[in-house]
Design a binder for this molecule. Structure first.
Ligand code: NAI
Length: 331
């Protein structure tokens, strides 16, 4: 039998946490034959609610779940973990700007970087979900220098999946027949959802989305803004931010990172830029990646037109600004 994998979920008493831990315990993240031990971290005011989540995990009698650690101590939470899903943070509420929450999150991510660096298992893979996700991941990377940069990522898979969903709705095809959209840049409204390389499975083989949609105006305007603004639309409708779709995307992100992407398919992940596509190194930026044997690599050689270039640069500029804002919060 396989050894259990230890998965940390921070902010586990929150709404994404509540949706995410049962998915992990059912095998949606690491596969149906991989036992797991779930570590859950939250803060003191949420300790009682966290205990409730623990009780429900017991009550669900998940066959794959070999243990639960629920704690408000970051050291205990990080001990020996193989995968860390960082959902805990100070979330953006309706009408609140991302920049308002920067300062609170910088101090959280600085502290948790140290706990992970000192106590996680070697090779621990980190996924930051909490906003501002790219910059929280960058802070985590800077304050956990012994964790390799390739092991620190942020979630843009939700945006990627939203883009697949919009194309599927528009063309009335199943979402699993759409592939290779790209989210470039920041997990924010400046992100660039790009369909220029995306294809759809038809009776006559794979066809490009541009050819099938044939309405360039829709693709260049409404499609992009719908994906960019989807988070806000969910907040408006639910009075709460996306939770089930965020949890599901976090599972997809780790699943594909650990188990690999299907041949000919890429996904979007926020990763440390190596300068690919002219994006300044030293930013956590969302790129198209393929994964194999637990490692991601940025898809190379895609042709970038002028329209895309401008949008990719604009979201990079926002990340540069966020980075300097984050650093100003440190001092
Ligand atoms: P929530 O407010 O329901 O839960 C957050 C949890 O984090 C709370 O239980 C809170 O007590 C806990 N927390 C706060 N500080 C903590 C700390 N220092 N250590 C551990 N836990 C801590 O928020 P929700 O809806 O679950 O969202 C979580 C985060 O995910 C937010 O930052 C949100 O903006 C972000 N998000 C990111 C998405 C993405 O695609 N990257 C999509 C949707 C949400």
């Amino acid at each position: 039998a396989k050894q259990p994998v230890k998965v940390l979920v921070t902010g586990a008493a929150g709404q994404i946490g509540y949706a995410l831990v049962p998915m992990i315990a059912r095998g949606a993240m690491l596969g149906p034959d991989q036992p797991v031990i779930i570590h859950m971290l939250d803060i003191e005011p949420a300790a009682e609610a966290l205990n409730g989540v623990s009780m429900e995990l017991i009550d669900a009698a998940f066959p794959l779940l070999k243990g639960v650690v629920a704690t408000t101590d970051p050291v205990e939470a990080c001990k020996g973990v193989n995968i860390a899903i960082m959902v805990g943070g100070f979330p953006r509420k309706e009408g609140m700007e991302r920049k308002d929450v920067m300062s609170k999150n910088v101090s959280i991510y600085k502290a948790q970087a140290s706990a992970l660096e000192q106590h996680a298992a070697p090779g621990c893979k980190v996924l930051v979900v909490a906003n501002p996700a790219n910059t929280n991941a960058l802070i985590l990377k800077e304050f956990a220098p012994s964790i390799p940069e390739k092991n620190i990522t942020c979630l843009t898979r939700l945006d990627h999946n939203r883009a697949l969903g919009q194309i599927s709705e528009r063309l009335k095809v199943h979402v699993s027949d759409v592939k290779n959209v790209i989210i470039w840049g920041n997990h924010s409204s400046t992100q660039f959802p790009d369909v220029n390389h995306s294809t759809v499975k038809t009776g006559k083989g794979w066809k490009s989305v541009r050819e099938l949609v044939s309405d360039d105006k829709w693709l260049n305007t409404e499609f992009i803004t719908t994906v960019q603004q989807r988070g806000a639309a969910i907040i408006k409708a639910r009075k709460l931010s996306s939770a089930l779709s965020a949890a599901s995307a976090a599972c997809d992100h780790i699943h594909d990172w650990v188990l690999g992407t299907p041949k000919g398919t890429w996904v979007s992940m926020g990763v440390y830029s190596d300068g690919s596509y002219g994006i300044q190194p030293g930013l956590i930026y969302s790129f198209p990646v393929t994964c194999e044997k637990g490692n991601w690599s940025i898809v190379q050689g895609l042709k970038i037109d002028e329209f895309s270039r401008a949008k990719m640069d604009a979201t990079a500029r926002e990340l540069i600004e966020e980075k300097s804002l984050a650093y100003s919060c440190l001092n």
